[in-house]
Write a protein that binds this ligand. Structure first.
Ligand SMILES: [Cu+2]
Length: 263
């Protein structure tokens, strides 16, 4: 990509009052900091996020060990009001409204992320949307950034993930190489219960089967996804042209940042 020289004066934009923010996801609601976040990430980080809800993670440091700024800026599900969890379904068309208050440019992506303890930070499927110049400094943000459209992965890709609130987020990640700032915005999502196509019960006039006979409906139960994703590594490599890290390490910033620099 072509980097545009940034006038020195523009660099001071990041010093403007916090109310101006940077990019702001105005809809749907994103994760916000709370008591659990403060406990996990420390007071400095908490104050930074509270003062500038759309700021970059670099202004949150230093943070406590175990606070993962590169996943939702360290913000935790337990701090979120239940009403902010979106109930969605696989392959659903989604939208996100973004206000590019302080344009910085740089690559961005939207992804569905497994936030459970065992799979924390792993992408589910591939990127749902990517931009090589997000909130550009050279022109007004295009409509497909301010009204960002994307589609959730299909049922086979999601498998049995995201069934419980707190298990998954849609994350907008924005890296600004010209400013060395990284932005993370998270939307909590949960998959709606799948409607069964199997009749709920046999007609009342049908004699009950002997207790030792397997339930008649068992054979009609929905089959498990035939292409359950067992690893996102291959998918990521395909999407990014880079090998994905194989394990979670303490160097989260470098790890997840490396995932996006394929532009
Ligand atoms: Cu900035």
């Amino acid at each position: 990509m072509v980097y545009v020289a940034i006038p020195v004066a523009l660099l001071c934009l990041s010093c403007l009052p916090a109310a101006l923010a940077h990019a702001r996801v105005t809809n749907p609601p994103i994760r916000t900091p709370g008591a659990a976040f403060k406990l996990a990430c420390g007071e400095t980080s908490f104050n930074a996020v509270s003062g500038d809800p759309t700021g970059h993670i670099e202004e949150q440091e230093p943070v406590n060990a175990g606070c993962d700024l590169t996943l939702c800026r360290g913000m935790l599900f337990s701090d979120q009001p239940a009403k902010n969890v979106l109930t969605v379904h696989p392959s659903q068309a989604m939208a996100m409204n973004v206000d590019c208050t302080i344009p910085h440019g740089g690559p961005a992506n939207v992804s569905l992320i497994d936030t459970t303890a065992g799979g924390s930070g792993a992408f589910i499927g591939s990127f749902l949307s990517t931009f090589d110049d997000f909130c550009p400094t050279t022109e007004p943000a295009p409509a497909n950034q301010t009204n960002l459209q994307y589609t959730l992965p299909d049922a086979a890709t999601i498998g049995n993930k995201c069934q419980t609130p707190g298990d998954c987020v849609v994350q907008l990640f924005w890296a600004t190489p010209d400013f060395s700032q990284n932005y993370y915005y998270c939307i909590d999502v949960v998959m709606a219960a799948v409607e069964s196509t199997t009749p709920a019960a046999a007609p009342a006039t049908t004699p009950a089967a002997p207790a030792t006979t397997p339930a008649a409906s068992a054979g009609n139960a929905p089959a498990a996804p035939s292409k359950m994703l067992t690893s996102v590594t291959g998918n990521l490599a395909a999407a990014t042209g880079q090998a994905a890290p194989t394990s979670k390490t303490s160097s989260n910033a470098g790890r997840r940042r490396a995932r996006i620099l394929w532009f």
